[in-house]
Write a protein that binds this ligand. Structure first.
Ligand code: TYD
Length: 202
């Protein structure tokens, strides 16, 4: 049996990825596929508890990176790997590229250390497709929900997000075979047309 595919959604906070996840999941379900949508940090009971800590508690940078990958380890074992093995398609709201972008780009943890964690947690698995929702910083900031109390990351300064975005774009160039950069400044309907085309080619 054909195994499922692994699609990840990435981008800085406010880039708009959350709007498009249900749309892509529906496109796939309409083709009769089993689709699992999930998120990081989180996706499991333990992962969601780690998410609470990660989003609200100040901690050492390496502790933050370790907990991101700890949550990911659990997520792979409990959700992602079993789903792919039974032929389901998995859509994850963020995965390891977020650790490279936020902890690496934003917080300047060395790529070497992050690659060590990546090798430990998923030595071979990579997403089949990574959709990077990209917008200039000012656009992303304006989109952040003004009603909601910002979490630890959303409270970061502009230069943090600039560095995070730069690292996302650098990775998109380095791993061009699996990345697609989605210009997220465009109207939702235009982005959806592009997504429809991308999914058809998968
Ligand atoms: P996010 O996915 O933006 O969810 P919401 O839409 O509910 O705010 O929030 C997750 C935050 O965690 C986001 O600011 C990025 C951060 N993050 C990392 O710093 N490293 C990681 O490895 C992951 C998965 C997320």
């Amino acid at each position: 049996m054909a195994s499922g595919k692994f699609i990840t959604f990435e981008g800085i906070d406010g880039a708009g990825k959350s709007t498009h996840i249900p749309f892509v999941a529906e496109l796939l379900r309409a083709r009769g596929l089993e689709v699992v949508t999930t998120r990081e940090p989180g996706g499991t009971e333990l992962g969601e508890r780690l998410r609470e800590l990660l989003l609200h508690q100040k901690m050492h940078l390496e502790t933050e990176a370790l907990l991101m990958f700890a949550s990911r380890r659990e997520h792979l074992a409990q959700v992602i790997e079993p789903a792919l093995a039974r032929g389901a398609w998995v859509i994850s709201d963020r995965f390891s590229d977020a650790s490279f972008a936020y902890q690496g780009g934003g917080r300047q943890l060395s790529r070497d250390k992050l690659e060590t964690l990546e090798r430990l947690v998923h030595p071979t698995l990579q997403p089949d497709l990574t959709l990077l929702f990209d917008v200039p910083l000012e656009v992303a900031r304006a989109r952040l929900d003004a009603e909601r109390t910002p979490d630890k990351f959303e409270q970061e300064r502009a230069d943090f997000f600039q560095a995070t975005r730069t690292e996302y774009l650098r990775r998109a160039a380095e791993f061009a075979a699996r990345f697609r950069i989605i210009d997220s400044t465009r109207p939702i309907a235009v982005i959806q047309d592009e997504l429809r085309g991308l999914i058809a080619t998968l």
